[in-house]
Design a protein around this ligand. Structure first.
Ligand code: GLY
Length: 342
């Protein structure tokens, strides 16, 4: 064999090896299966499993699961008890997507404890995909949802503490970022990442594969704590915070939503799986794009992705240490620490 042929063959076999490694990085598949972001959502998985374990539909399972943190006043990142925006208002975002490619979402909605149920209703009862703010609230009230105060004393106290720090903190805050927007200087003078609180968990993103082999997903959050009023992140955006393709798989995200939106995170992951990537390898590629976008400034930027494929294999990846996810199958539930890039 001449040297040229040898080099060509070596290049081909190392490319094949790398493809093989990419495809192999993952888990053995099983169904039914449900996975969700963050260890505390083990309770949400238990609720979802009541549906999945009895042969129920993936969409019904995730909608049941997501309602658990939504109703939990001690979960300060989702639903009731969520930390408010900088004006003290609790505004919620949620979306759902089913095995038929149908989806619905609500964004920046106040006063309704279970935005996931309203998102489902948008999907099932309207010709639209997204309802926002007062329009979402009016739709919910017209469909029998109850208006409730979602700001718990604990979250109000935390917000008031933040207001004090914000006032005296010399760091650039969301508040004076807005002043800079008015001055048209935002791009030059705003450092990134923003001073977002380091939470040990946030958004619930949940995806499931049911016994019939159908996929479904849901996502719900109160969004970034002390955000500007009206800010919406990735969680209610189909393709960013959640995406389901019943031929391929499903993915969801948690963390700084702006970065997920910029790379259409969940859609990217599903497309990578379509092209043969394992769930973990697909999540890793999404994380790589976020880190590339932030050019060495991502060391405090938490974004986590999780995914399942049509075979019931699962995986996750995060920008930095600390992300974990819950997996429930007939064999039980486990919490897995996600791999991370930085
Ligand atoms: N991932 C939640 C948010 O950024 O709003």
């Amino acid at each position: 064999m001449n040297r040229r042929k040898f080099l060509q063959l070596s290049a081909v076999s190392s490319a094949l090896l790398s493809v093989k490694e990419t495809l192999a990085a993952g888990t053995s598949g099983t169904k039914p299966i449900v996975i969700s972001t963050w260890a505390p959502n083990i309770k949400a998985n238990a609720e979802a499993w009541k549906v999945l374990g009895n042969g129920g539909r993936a969409l019904d399972a995730v909608v049941a699961g997501v309602q658990v943190p939504e109703a939990d006043p001690n979960d300060q990142s989702v639903g009731y008890g969520g930390l408010p925006d900088r004006d003290g208002k609790v505004t919620l975002d949620s979306c759902v997507m089913d095995e038929n490619g149908q989806c619905g979402s609500v964004m920046a909605m106040e006063y309704i404890m279970h935005p996931v149920l309203v998102a489902r209703l948008v999907m099932e009862k309207t010709p639209h995909v997204q309802l926002v703010g007062d329009g979402a609230l009016q739709f919910a009230l017209a469909n029998g949802f109850k208006k409730e105060n979602l700001l718990t004393p604990e979250s109000e106290k935390a917000w008031k503490e933040w207001l004090k720090t914000s006032k005296y903190n010399p760091m650039i805050t969301v508040e004076n970022i807005q002043e800079k927007i008015h001055n048209n200087q935002q791009e030059k003078e705003t450092p990134y990442p923003w001073p977002v609180p380091r939470l040990n968990h946030d958004t619930i993103g949940m995806v499931a594969l049911d016994a019939k082999g159908n996929l479904g997903g849901a996502c719900s959050t109160s969004g970034m704590a002390y955000k500007m009023h009206g800010r919406v992140g990735d969680s209610p955006i189909i393709g960013a915070g959640l995406f389901v393709d019943n031929e391929v798989g499903a993915a969801s995200s948690t963390g700084v939503g702006e970065e997920v939106v910029k790379i259409c995170g969940s859609h990217t992951i599903v497309e990578m799986m379509r092209h043969g990537y394992s769930p973990e390898a697909a999540c890793k590629e999404a994380v790589r794009r976020i880190i590339k976008n932030n050019k060495g400034k991502a060391k405090d930027l938490q974004v986590g992705f999780l995914a399942i494929n049509k075979k019931g294999e699962h995986g996750a990846y995060a920008t930095i240490k600390g992300f974990n996810y819950c997996v429930t199958t007939a064999a039980g539930t486990k919490v897995i620490d996600s791999k991370f890039m930085i």
